[in-house]
Design a protein around this ligand. Structure first.
Ligand SMILES: O=C(O)[C@@H](CO)OP(=O)(O)O
Length: 248
C-alpha cells in the first residue's frame, strides 16, 4: 500500500509582493497568487492527481489558493478540514516589518537566524500590536496559547500531532490528501517526511503555488525523497526568489 500526499504553498500574497514578514497576519492573495493557484489546479488535472480531501490553515491566502486550484480541477466538492496547526510560523515582532529594511538594520546573520534557523524565534510580538492575533475569534479554541512568536521547531511541535492524528488517518484510508499551507509550515512537514537535519532545513525553500507530490510507503517514508514538483522549472525559479527575499 502506498499513499499520495500533495503539498501546495499558497500563491503570492499582497505582502509577499511588498516584501513584508507575514506570519499569522491574514493577508490575501494578489493577482499573481490567484493565477498561480489556478495553474496549480491545472497541474493537478494534467498529471491526473486529484485530491479526495483538503486540509488548510485558517488563513485566507491558503484557503483561497485551495479553492481556486480545486475549482480549476472540478474538485470544489471534496471535504475540507481547517486547522490552526497548519498556519504559517508566527513571525513574532517581525510581523508587518519590511524584509529588506530588517536585513539592512540587523545584518545578514541575524536576519537569516530569524528567518531560517531551526530553533531561534524572533522576539515576541506585543499583544497590543496591530499585527497580533491575541483576541482573534478564529483562535478562540486556543485560549491564551495563541503564539506571540515561533521558530520552526515550535511549528513542528504543534503540527506533528495533527499530522499523526488526522492527515495520516486519511492517507491510511486510501485518500489522496491535499495540504494547502505556508512556506514554513510546509518546511516543517517536509523536514519530518524527508528526515532533514536541523542544520540542512535552513537551506530548503518552498515555491508558491506549485504542487509538490509525495508517494509514501506503508511507514510514511517517501518513495520519492524530496517529493516531485509538478512544474520543476517554475519551482526552481520560485525557490530562488524566496531564498533571495530581502536582498533587493
Ligand atoms: O513572511 C512570512 O510569513 C514567510 C512566508 O512568506 O516568509 P519567509 O520566507 O521569510 O519565512
Amino acid at each position: 500500500m502506498t499513499y499520495k500526499l500533495i503539498l501546495l504553498r499558497h500563491g503570492h500574497s499582497e505582502w509577499n509582493a511588498k516584501n513584508l514578514f507575514t506570519g499569522w497576519v491574514d493577508v490575501d492573495l494578489n493577482d499573481q497568487g490567484r493565477a498561480e493557484a489556478v495553474r496549480g489546479g491545472e497541474l493537478l488535472v494534467e498529471n491526473n492527481i486529484l485530491p479526495d480531501i483538503l486540509y488548510t490553515s485558517r488563513l485566507k491566502r491558503a484557503i483561497n489558493t485551495a479553492n481556486l486550484a480545486l475549482e480549476k480541477a472540478d474538485r470544489g466538492w471534496i471535504d475540507v478540514k481547517r486547522d490552526w496547526r497548519l498556519n504559517e510560523r508566527h513571525y513574532g515582532a517581525l510581523q508587518g516589518k519590511d524584509k529588506a529594511q530588517t536585513l539592512a538594520e540587523y545584518g545578514e546573520e541575524q536576519f537569516m537566524t530569524w528567518r531560517r534557523s531551526y530553533d531561534t524565534p524572533p522576539p515576541p510580538l506585543a499583544d497590543d500590536s496591530e499585527f497580533s492575533q491575541v483576541g482573534d475569534p478564529r483562535y478562540k479554541d486556543l485560549g491564551d496559547a495563541v503564539p506571540r512568536t515561533e521558530c520552526l521547531k515550535d511549528v513542528l511541535i504543534r503540527l506533528l500531532p495533527y499530522w499523526e492524528s488526522d492527515i495520516k488517518a486519511d492517507l491510511k484510508a486510501g485518500k489522496t490528501v491535499l495540504v494547502t499551507a505556508h512556506g514554513n509550515s510546509l518546511r516543517a512537514l517536509v523536514k519530518h517526511l524527508d528526515g532533514i537535519s536541523d542544520e540542512d532545513i535552513a537551506g530548503l525553500n518552498i515555491p508558491t503555488g506549485i504542487p509538490l507530490v509525495y508517494e509514501l510507503d506503508e511507514n510514511f517514508k517517501p518513495l520519492n525523497p524530496g517529493g516531485t514538483y509538478l512544474d520543476p522549472e517554475a519551482a526552481a525559479e520560485s525557490i530562488k526568489a524566496v531564498a533571495n527575499q530581502g536582498k533587493k
